[in-house]
Ligand binder design. Structure first.
Ligand SMILES: Nc1ncnc2c1ncn2[C@@H]1O[C@H](COP(=O)(O)OP(=O)(O)OP(=O)(O)O)[C@@H](O)[C@H]1O
Ligand SMILES: [Zn+2]
Length: 720
């Protein structure tokens, strides 16, 4: 019986296409194949096979099978689930799942091997080479190195036929975790949490736990032991640890390496394509037992995934906002369900969504209430900037300056935290009052002093800082308004000329190696004052860091969106939580113009539960997440009239659905980006509404003009 293969292609197409299976090809679900698409040949994955010939239309045949490891059926299920959940085409998540295969497989390597032919003349050097070659084929250079002779000796033996060139498979060995190495002795609450999760693993099937422990309580140590339990219980089990930042993956890789004597597989955008290829293959064939990575690691082809850890689960970076839009924390839970695995969400400041799930009993709630050993949470002080302002043109108040000097005197480290890159967030002309804006977007240009450029953080546009105002032509009239990390660094250098000062932001640290070097140097005490954006303000463990100064505690409250309070609390609790993690007690100072604000009061009192309770009550009242669901529609286009006509048509086509409210269309706060105008709708729905289903049905009711792009964002984190 001939068969039809459904082939999903990693491109924006609404569904899998049918092809005929040629005689003798014997396809299976998950096979990679080449198929014709119009005039092109493209590769895709077989997602289903059924008997038949395709009715009255003759199907084009599959061209051939591509010799790559099969995509596990669970990954196909996951890709389809993710697409439906995100109201997007399945080709996008499929493209993510195939990302490791873009680079060709490793080529066989050139080596030389013994032929059995004796050389005409034997010398001591030649004897050494022939002896070393007994062990099997080696590259000529390696053989010469092992024999301790020059390359010429090896070449001579090849010329005389005693050695011959051969091709051998590239070395694909992956260091395996050593499960016999001793574990850290866990304290009683750590042990209770680890044991409970080990029991959940042993029970098997999908389960979820919220590992909720204050900063420095040793959550990492706990999940290391849960990972050990999973790997021990099943020699084929695989473990995935997701982290929100590349800098953090470096730190956690190090902890796994210490614990298991072998570095885990690393997966994020900083990993080179050949290494990604190796990682993908090793995950697919089970050699990779521990993977540490960023959100996209969720799409790797695990065949026996037993445990997923989402560390810093509250972090906004788990939400991917461009291209295929998804919340990795939620998809991690979905993947664990599909795999029948344990998912552990870990944080000192869990998201309200996860706290709610724990509260409802959907997640096992495991709490670590204190820091490990004698370490205490830092004392948190609020600095009222109205009462003790900094000198004009400065950003550190006298109280904070004094605290930093004291810390320096004691030989301890300080972290100055400001979540803003560059030198100044705004440049203004003193003569005409013009604020310098990005040419095609609604955003201010940020001054960067290291590079002498003005940069649009939204689109990446940049220009050399002009000498005259581009608006009125006045010379030397441009002034920098407000601080970024570079400006705080400048002030710190001026105030503490002898201190060793470094900046940690995406402008000073571009790659994982750079991040690791800076983190190591801070941990080793080679830096006295670290000025950092949020990249360094979470997850890290610097034993001698005892002071955290937050330059602008009000910064992230100003946006005013639904998560502003929650996000500010999380960010600042994490930042202040870097202080005093070992024996020496820590202090934190928050500079604020609104010390009476509930978020700042909760931080000062270290009363997370009270904050969460108040925030939950407010969300429940307003029907906002986790009590209701949100989605956004963002329509954009260069042609204002076409855009307006489309959003009006879409508004008129809103389906009537119980428990769903649609607000908009409205101009987006970022009304213009890269020359495209933007409009938004916001949708609020009850928890029991199939929101993706509603959104898909709604979008299908209005034809989208060519010039308009429509994005659906389920559970939006950005409202701009
Ligand atoms: N049982 C233990 N024995 C020895 N040291 C421990 C133990 N538990 C934790 N520590 C140490 O305490 C410090 C904090 O632990 P860890 O980094 O795991 O905390 P965390 O809960 O993940 O923190 P955060 O949420 O702030 O990132 C580390 O230096 C860690 O090595
Ligand atoms: Zn001007």
């Amino acid at each position: 019986m001939p068969r039809i293969a459904s082939v999903l292609l990693p491109m924006p197409l609404p569904e899998a296409f049918d092809y005929a299976e040629p005689e003798g090809l014997e396809l299976a679900v998950g096979d990679h194949v080449s198929v014709p698409l119009g005039p092109r040949t493209v590769r895709g994955v077989v997602t289903a096979l059924r008997d038949g010939v395709g009715g009255n239309r003759r199907l084009k045949p599959v061209l051939n099978r591509v010799d790559d490891p099969r995509l596990p059926a669970n990954v196909i299920t996951f890709v389809e689930w993710a697409a439906r959940y995100s109201v997007d085409v399945p080709g996008w998540p499929l493209a993510m799942a195939l990302r490791g295969l873009r680079h060709p497989p490793a080529k066989p390597e050139k080596a030389v091997a013994l032929t059995g032919v004796q050389p005409g003349r034997m010398t001591p050097a030649r004897l050494k080479v022939l002896a070393a070659a007994q062990a099997g084929p080696l590259s000529a250079a390696e053989l010469a190195r092992q024999a301790g002779v020059s390359a010429g000796v090896v070449k001579g033996l090849v010329d005389e036929g005693a050695l011959e060139p051969v091709l051998v498979a590239a070395d694909e060995s992956i260091a395996q975790p050593d499960l016999t190495l001793p574990a850290q002795t866990l304290n009683p609450s750590q042990k209770a949490a680890a044991d409970e999760m080990a029991d959940m693993l042993a029970a098997g099937g999908f389960q979820a736990a919220l590992l909720d422990g204050v900063t420095g309580s040793g959550k990492t140590e706990v999940y290391l032991e849960v990972a050990a339990a999973a790997l021990e219980a099943d020699p084929a089990a695989q473990v995935l640890v997701l982290l929100p930042e590349i800098a953090l993956t470096q730190a956690v890789m190090g902890r796994f390496e210490q614990r298991f004597g072998a570095a885990p597989i690393e997966w994020h955008s900083g990993v080179s394509p050949p290494r990604r290829r190796r990682a993908w293959e090793a995950v697919a064939d089970g050699r990779a037992r521990i993977v540490v990575g960023a959100r996209s690691a969720l799409f790797l082809p695990f065949t026996n995934l037993a445990l997923i850890v989402v560390d810093e689960e509250h972090d906004g970076s788990f939400k991917q906002e461009e291209g295929f839009i998804y919340q990795a924390r939620d998809l991690a839970v979905a993947r664990a369900k599909i795999e029948g695995a344990l998912v552990v969400l870990a944080s000192a400041t869990p998201s309200l969504e996860s706290l709610w799930n724990a509260h409802q009993g959907r997640y096992r709630w495991l709490r670590l209430g204190a820091r490990h050993g004698t370490a205490q949470l830092p004392d948190v002080h609020l600095i009222d900037m109205r009462a003790t302002p900094p000198e004009p043109g400065r950003w550190l108040s006298p109280t904070l300056v004094k605290a930093v000097s004291l810390t320096l005197q004691k030989g301890e480290q300080s972290l100055l935290f400001l979540n803003r890159r560059g030198y100044a967030p705004l440049v203004l002309c003193r003569a005409c009052g013009e604020k310098l804006k990005s040419p095609d977007s609604d955003s201010w240009l940020v001054e960067h002093r290291y590079t002498g450029r003005l940069v649009c953080h939204l689109t990446g546009f940049s220009m050399k800082k002009p000498e005259a105002c581009p608006h009125c032509g006045a010379k030397d009239s441009l002034v920098s308004i407000g601080p970024g990390v570079e400006r705080v660094e400048e002030e710190a250098r001026y105030l503490f000329p002898d201190a060793r000062i470094a900046v940690f932001s995406s402008d000073t640290v571009f790659d994982p190696a750079g991040a690791r070097a800076l983190v190591d140097s801070m941990a080793a005490g080679e830096i006295d004052i670290l000025v950092a954006t949020q990249a360094a303000a979470k997850g890290h463990n610097f034993p001698n860091l005892t002071l955290v100064g937050v330059i602008d505690a009000d910064l992230s409250l100003r946006g005013g969106d639904l998560r502003a309070g929650e996000r500010t609390f999380q960010l600042l609790a994490q930042a202040t939580g870097r202080a005093g993690r070992h024996e020496k007690p820590g202090r934190a100072y928050l500079q604020t113009y609104s010390p009476e604000h509930a978020v700042l009061q909760a931080l000062k009192a270290q009363d997370r539960d009270a904050f969460v309770e108040a925030e939950m009550a407010m969300r429940e009242e307003a029907g906002l997440p986790p009590f209701g669901r949100l989605a956004a529609v963002i329509a954009s286009g260069p042609d204002a009239e076409a855009l307006e006509a489309y959003v009006q048509t879409l508004a008129a086509a809103t389906p009537n659905a119980e428990g769903v409210e649609v607000y908009g269309p409205a101009d987006a706060p970022l009304g213009l980006v890269r020359g495209r105008r933007r409009k938004r709708f916001l949708v609020r729905a009850g928890r029991n509404v199939d929101l993706p289903g509603f959104m898909a049905a709604w979008r299908a009711r209005a034809k989208i003009p060519n010039s308009v792009r429509v994005t659906i964002d389920i559970d939006p984190y950005s409202f701009l």
